[in-house]
Design a protein around this ligand. Structure first.
Ligand SMILES: [Ca+2]
Length: 123
């Protein structure tokens, strides 16, 4: 491959990476709708439906078996409640994302999102 062609290839590679990053950051927030969100990345922040003070999250759509997902509250004034065994979440009990520093990590087994860990980092 000639140097010019390699440079063009490298340039295109980074242009695509920049675009992916741009898409990832603008679509990070997921707003709960009828207890459900649809994910497209491994990290999302959660907003309640109609900015309610609290809202249940029962079902997470999207993902492939083996995918891991980290969720965080989008706004500390509103609480997303991840419900255990209501939809497709199986957790060590319900989890309240009531602070933008709280996190929960899940893995998808093809049918359910299973809890790996949670951190109640903010009151
Ligand atoms: Ca908390």
């Amino acid at each position: 491959m000639k140097a010019k062609r390699i440079l063009r290839y490298v340039d295109e590679f980074f242009r695509r990476k920049d675009k992916e990053y741009e898409i990832a950051s603008t679509t990070r927030v997921r707003t709960i709708s009828n207890g459900t969100i649809h994910i497209s990345a491994s990290f999302h922040t959660i907003e309640t439906e109609d900015a309610a003070a609290s809202d249940d999250l029962d079902t997470i759509n999207g993902g492939e078996p083996g995918d891991t997902l980290i969720l965080r509250a989008e706004n500390g004034d509103r609480t997303a409640i991840l419900k255990n065994a209501t939809g497709n979440l199986h957790l060590a009990g319900n989890f309240y994302l009531d602070n933008t520093r709280d996190t929960i990590q899940l893995v998808y087994d093809g049918a359910y999102w299973l809890e790996l860990s949670r951190s109640n980092n903010g009151a």
